[in-house]
Design a protein around this ligand. Structure first.
Ligand SMILES: [Zn+2]
Length: 359
């Protein structure tokens, strides 16, 4: 099954771009956008790409940005895509990279084929998979669009309009190391951690709040009382206040469990991003729903507990929504995408540009 869209996608995933290592992919993309779309391209100070494509048949239309992230998770080196029975997957022991190169391939193809379009700014961010760092550092002074779409989710009919506040909780428990034969000399940091973790709720706390203890590391030897433990935990909620309260409860539990036995817990709570929601009646959400409906799907708005670049950009004042690109099993070596889905997201984006040009 040969098509320019599939070829474009396959060429993109063949260029390695694990998080932190996206420079060559961005450089190649920049050259392509300059050649194919006559885009004016700049890299910002962080290495994110902003490609400005002039309007077509819609001078004076409100500019829009279309964004995708350049980086992939691991293992993402040496990806060899295979197209078989209408599905693209990777041949080897790697991910495919449809997250998010399907989004970018569809964006480029949609801009190229739209009969009319407003001024478009294609934004390709770095480091989405490692804490949304590209979007955090994106130089907004280089963008004129105040509203836009990120193509980086799964279901093709869904418009993601909001996300949670996310707090990281980093804990270091300092007990006292001793020989196991002389326990009276020591204070077990592992035991403090165990007590603390049972003192707060974990998992799904209510309809909009979750908490998790993700890692615990400590102890050196079997026959020693462990003197130090570190823990990485987190919580998220669509309600900013609830997230802060849960983070405080977790912090207090570690501090109290340590204090009970004369030890110390150093706890740092960090807000990774804040809950935001793009209004249902905003221009970008209305436009996106129309574009999905025009492609024959039933649009549905959603909020998700995961982090996306949209949360960062919304928090920085841009009206942003996320659409799906149809891939499955992202972040695994089973990752795949149907050619029909790649074509469908391209159609949705093309509709969006043509509808925006007509408004
Ligand atoms: Zn992604």
């Amino acid at each position: 099954m040969g098509s320019r869209l599939v070829d474009r996608f396959c060429a993109m995933v063949r260029i390695d771009s694990e998080s932190g290592d996206e420079a060559r992919f961005i450089e190649v993309t920049k050259g392509q956008l300059e050649d194919e779309l006559a885009a004016t391209c700049v890299l910002d100070g962080h290495g994110n790409l902003i490609a400005k494509v002039p309007a077509k048949g819609a001078d004076g239309a409100v500019p829009i940005f279309l964004a995708a992230h350049a980086d992939t998770v691991k293992p993402g080196v040496g990806i060899e895509p295979v197209v078989e029975d209408g599905v693209i997957r990777s041949s080897g022991e790697t991910i495919l990279g449809a997250d998010d190169k399907a989004g970018l391939a569809a964006i480029v193809e949609a801009v190229l084929t739209a009969k009319r379009r407003p001024p478009v700014e294609i934004v390709v961010t770095r480091g989405e998979e490692v804490g949304l760092v590209g979007a955090r550092n994106l130089d907004l002074s280089l963008l004129s669009a105040k509203r836009g779409i990120i193509a980086d989710s799964e279901a093709l009919n869904e418009v993601i309009i909001g996300g949670p506040t996310h707090a990281s909780v980093d804990v270091e428990i300092l007990g006292k190391a001793a020989h196991a034969a002389e326990p009276g000399q020591g204070i077990s940091a592992i035991r403090i951690a165990a007590h603390a973790i049972t003192r707060f709720e974990e998992g799904k706390l209510d309809d909009e709040t979750v908490a998790n203890v993700g890692t615990i590391r400590g102890g050196m030897i079997r026959n020693g009382v462990p003197g130090r433990v570190t823990i990485e935990a987190e919580c998220r909620s669509f309600d900013h206040g609830k997230c802060l309260e849960q983070a405080e409860r977790m912090k207090a539990a570690f501090e109290a469990a340590a204090a009970d036995v004369g030890a110390t817990a150093n706890v740092r709570v960090r807000i990774e991003y804040e809950a935001s929601r793009t209004p249902e009646d905003s221009a970008i959400v209305r436009l996106t729903k129309k574009a999905i409906a025009a492609a024959g799907l039933e649009p549905a708005t959603q909020v998700i507990l995961g982090g996306t670049d949209a949360l960062i950009l919304s928090g920085r004042g841009l009206e942003t929504a996320v659409i799906g690109v149809g891939g499955e099993a992202a972040h695994s070596t089973d990752e795949r995408i149907a050619v029909a889905d790649l074509e469908k997201v391209t159609e949705i984006l093309r509709n969006l540009l043509e509808i925006a040009a007509a408004e």
